[in-house]
Design a protein around this ligand. Structure first.
Ligand SMILES: [Zn+2]
Length: 507
């Protein structure tokens, strides 16, 4: 049985992954705090992403920009004037709702691309009322989603500043400095992981739509005349994923499993770079243990495209509340750099050695991923209830698991020996030393928080200087010498060896 989002929130709280923020004060809508296991999982997700997309690539470097930036950044980007959702207010009780969500919930129709007038008409014609008190709703109006604050001691209109609603603009504002100092040559990317803030009218679905969240984002720049020369395309041509194009949506067709080369040959995905990044985004999840069947790539239909985008594809995941966006991959062209050039009066173009001309690069793709959404995906795909064991087994990939090794002593008498093992392993792995309850109980507790390997110290340990390792997913057990334990654990947690081959199997 699949878990609902509410049940996942309960599980996350009970096990110490995520808490409603300021819960002692009744919680704070749209804000969540990560607990002792949640912070480890979240850090592992970010570290894996950084490793895959920054440290292991020659063409991408990272930055860490400030959360509050010069307000002109948001003027230039268009956020100040246009970053808004449509809101309706109850005439009687003053409750506010997001118009598109209200229409989608009540009428079960898509609202992508619907104008304010269109929304107003739908609400009127279908007599949609306030969800709190049932009274009439006012006219829909735009509501800017940026959190405003004041910088400095005096509050004036000129001291207004904003918490960044996305990490992308901080990359564009630093584009020239990073390109010069890191001596980047096209094509190249600049990445950033960091918090972003959106004053959502109605935050919902646990970590899915929050007011404070975290992004992992790349802006990938190419030569304007070489937009289709993807140097890495061969790596992904045979990669297969579920595809739902704009045409397929228009003709009410179902998603289809396709290879990247087929998408390109049939011109379903317009550019090779876009195809490459879609595959890479998908692959990252799957390689960290997510189930490929729960993902699809979906092209934005015409009305859905953002003001800056030429073509956008979302990487989507099938949540219990439907297919939802995990990552928006848009082709932003040179829109942002152009805007910042105009507003800052700074030349952001770069010198092209080949043509000996100054050029303004295009953002061919912007893989932008919510950390918290990735967290949810990994939790949903890992969660399973094992009837035979009678407990939850959280099958997180060992690379992501918050705790890699649980160390148990069979009886208290062996604690000293077990602590020695714990002390040597904790230098390299996140470990726990659990002494309470039966071994079965301790295994169950470890399963529930996703510890992939448990090491038990028993009386044979004293004699033979070896320990038992138990695999979370199969409950298979092997015997390994204490001297080899660190090495074996390293291979296991990096999935470099099959469990059964890592030691002497015990039946
Ligand atoms: Zn009302």
């Amino acid at each position: 049985m699949a878990l609902s989002i509410e049940e996942m929130a309960v599980f996350c709280k009970k096990k110490g992954f995520v808490y409603p923020s300021s819960e002692i004060y009744g919680g704070f809508s749209g804000f969540f705090d990560y607990g002792h296991l949640g912070v480890e999982l979240k850090n592992n997700i970010k570290a894996r992403w950084w490793k895959a997309f920054v440290q292991q690539r020659e063409d991408i470097v990272g930055i860490d920009g400030s959360i509050i930036t010069h307000p002109s950044v948001w003027k230039a980007s268009g956020h100040l004037d246009g970053f808004a959702d449509v809101m309706v207010e109850c005439r009687k009780c003053g409750s506010r709702f997001r118009a598109d969500q209200l229409i989608e919930d009540k009428l079960r129709i898509p609202t992508a691309g619907m104008t304010i007038g269109g929304m107003h008409a739908e609400i009127k014609e279908n007599k949609i009322k306030c969800q709190k008190c049932g009274s009439d709703l006012g006219e829909p109006k735009k509501f800017n989603l940026m959190f405003a604050t004041n910088v400095g001691p005096v509050q004036t209109s000129s001291s207004a500043a904003y918490l960044r609603p996305e990490t992308a603009q901080v990359i564009f504002a630093n584009f020239k400095l990073v390109q010069e100092n890191a001596r980047l040559k096209l094509p190249f990317g600049i990445a950033q992981i960091g918090k972003a803030f959106r004053n959502e009218i109605s935050p919902r679905d646990f970590l899915f739509r929050m007011r404070e969240f975290e992004q992992m984002e790349i802006e990938y720049f190419v030569h304007p005349e070489k937009q289709d020369e993807c140097i890495f395309i061969n790596e992904v041509l045979d990669y297969e994923l579920n595809v739902l194009s704009a045409d397929m949506q228009k003709n009410s067709k179902k998603m289809q499993k396709m290879k990247i080369k087929e998408c390109l040959n049939k011109k379903i995905i317009k550019t090779k770079w876009h195809a490459y990044w879609l595959a890479m985004a998908h692959k990252w999840f799957v390689e960290l243990g997510a189930n490929a069947e729960n993902f699809r790539i979906r092209q934005h239909v015409k009305d859905e495209l953002s003001h800056y985008a030429l073509d956008t594809w979302d990487l989507e995941y099938e949540f219990p509340f439907g297919w939802k966006e995990l990552q928006g991959l848009s082709n932003r062209t040179d829109f942002d750099l152009k805007q910042h050039m105009q507003h800052s009066k700074t030349d952001l173009s770069i010198f092209d050695e080949e043509s000996k001309k100054k050029i303004l690069p295009h953002v061919i793709c912007e893989p932008s991923q919510g950390v918290d959404r990735a967290f949810l995906v990994f939790m949903f795909d890992a969660y399973s209830y094992d009837k035979e064991r009678g407990n939850v087994v959280l099958r997180l990939h060992p690379k992501l698991a918050p705790v890699k090794v649980g160390i148990f002593s069979l009886v208290n008498k062996l604690d000293e020996e077990a602590r020695k093992v714990y002390d040597s392993l904790k230098k390299e792995f996140a470990c726990t030393f659990d002494r309470s309850g039966s071994i079965g109980r301790r295994y169950a507790r470890a399963d529930e928080i996703g510890i992939p390997y448990c090491v038990t110290i028993d009386f044979d340990t004293l004699k033979n200087k070896d320990v038992t390792i138990r695999d979370r997913d199969t409950t298979e057990q092997i015997r390994v010498k204490i001297d080899d334990l660190k090495k074996t654990m390293s291979k296991l947690t990096n999935s470099e060896i099959e469990f059964g081959k890592a030691g002497k199997s015990i039946k």
